[in-house]
Design a protein around this ligand. Structure first.
Ligand code: PFF
Length: 453
């Protein structure tokens, strides 16, 4: 079969924006603020940043180098260096995004619903206590929004790397940052919001616990799209002359910046609204869908601000789901030689087929509770807390044992110096594998109720 040339990003900017597009998503805007609120604000932020520049950097670099040196998506990339059991690492990396993207699209669908609701002036009803739970429990409406979200993702991915993924990221990413800054300014200037800014930015060491580290570590992996095949695939689209180390640094800065901004949009607003009431701060996943609409309702111009906010969340979620679907499509194309169109259509079917049970799990199928979790939470747990640490561990193993650190350094040095080489070598050998085992064990113990994170 004749092999078509692999698409590439046009240059550094295209790469950085596309990877940032993948990284910046619901993880930053929905997950990061509620974790930061729960785990002590400033101290969580500090731990998160330290982890991103150590663990995060090490794994992103390993995956990107692996992708670029092989020009392949996860399975092919692993197979280039190992014929043994380690190939399982490639398969796990390829399967993870196929399991994440359906439920990610369910949440994306909720975001569209809130955007439409705010835009059409439905603010009061959206701010009631029961709106969210009633909406997600409905059998039909959330499924329709799920399909709309899947369709939007599909429309970008079908166009390919440069025309689809890169072009849309170049437009949407800057829009997102500008929108985030506007809402942030609005939020921190509300009366009473300053207390929230202090809580969020000034670390209080008495709030530190091992669980702060475990939660921050899980979040960091999720937020930077690590160990999910994405960075290997996007690395394979990176040209050899692009400076890898500095591109990665920029991606980390953008991702962390948006997470910090999201916290600054949400936490001070919660303080202004509730005076930093502990129950509100601990609202968890519902912070964005229940607490925040209430905050908007109580503000002047809440309808407009709310619509802008959910537009921003939608943009972030879309660029991430695009990366998830792109990785799956790329794996299908590489593995079975299918056309882009066929692979895309198959993925659309899969996303809807698995997405529907995730959505129904909050309503008519709420009696199905694997491990005591809703279907959506079960997929989230399975991918992020179990498969992701295993996949990242296998990547470290591949890099250290099969590829060799010299070969990685050589790949990085193709386009620049490798400034953090020594630290990288130490981390990929020792620190990161041990850290991964800690997250794996603690999150499994947590779901079985043996410890509480
Ligand atoms: N990093 C994205 C976020 O923070 O929302 C989510 C995500 C995208 C997770 C891609 C995993 C992934 F493979």
């Amino acid at each position: 079969m004749e092999k078509k040339a692999r698409g590439t990003f046009s240059g550094k900017l295209g790469y950085v924006l596309a990877v940032s597009g993948s990284a910046v998503g619901l993880g930053n805007i929905w997950r990061f603020p509620y974790l930061a609120a729960k785990y002590g604000g400033g101290i969580f932020l500090l731990v998160y940043i330290l982890l991103a520049v150590t663990f995060g950097f090490t794994l992103i670099l390993s995956e990107t180098a692996l992708g670029r040196m092989t020009g392949k998506s996860p399975i092919g990339a692993f197979k280039t260096f190992t014929k043994g059991k380690l190939v399982a690492g490639g398969w796990i990396s390829a399967i993870i995004p196929m399991l994440i993207v359906p439920y990610y699209c369910v949440i994306g669908g909720w975001v569209i619903k809130y955007l439409v609701g705010f835009a059409s002036g439905n603010v009061e009803s959206m701010a009631t206590d029961t709106f969210f739970s009633e909406f997600v429990a409905a059998p039909v409406e959330p499924v329709i929004w799920l399909m709309v979200f899947v369709l939007l993702t599909f429309m970008v991915v079908i166009f390919g790397v440069e025309k689809g993924v890169e072009r849309i990221s170049k437009i949407l990413m800057p829009v997102l940052i500008v929108l985030a800054i506007i809402i942030c300014i609005y939020s921190v200037t509300r009366p009473g919001a300053l207390e929230g800014v202090k809580y969020y930015l000034i670390p209080d060491f008495s709030k530190f616990s091992v669980m702060t580290v475990v939660a921050a570590m899980g979040q960091m992996f999720y937020s930077l799209s690590i160990a999910m095949g994405i960075l290997i695939t996007y690395g394979s689209y990176m040209k050899k002359e692009v400076n890898m180390e500095s591109s990665i640094k920029q991606v980390e800065v953008v991702d962390t910046l948006v997470a910090i901004l999201a916290g600054l949009m949400i936490i001070p607003a919660v303080f202004a609204f509730s005076g930093g009431d502990q129950t509100t701060l601990n609202a968890g996943p519902s912070l964005m869908f229940i607490t925040i609409p209430k905050v908007f309702e109580s503000m002047g111009m809440g309808q407009a601000i709310g619509a802008v906010f959910f537009l921003l969340v939608l943009v972030a979620a879309l660029t991430s789901s695009i990366s998830l679907m792109e990785t799956c499509v790329s794996s299908l194309q590489d593995q079975w030689g299918w056309s882009r169109k066929k692979s895309c259509l198959l993925m659309v079917g899969e996303m809807i087929l698995l997405g529907i049970p995730c959505s129904l799990g909050f309503g008519v199928w709420d009696f199905i509770k694997p491990l005591g979790l809703s279907i959506l939470d079960f997929f989230d747990f399975l991918t992020n807390s179990v498969m992701m640490p295993i996949s990242a561990f296998l990547i470290c193993l591949l890099v250290v044992k099969a590829i060799g650190l010299d070969r990685i350094s050589q790949e990085v040095r193709l386009s620049s110096k490798f400034k953090r080489e020594k630290a990288y070598r130490f981390m990929v050998r020792y620190l990161v594998p041990v850290g991964l085992l800690i997250i794996l064990v603690s999150s499994v113990l947590n779901v079985f109720g043996i410890i509480t994170i």
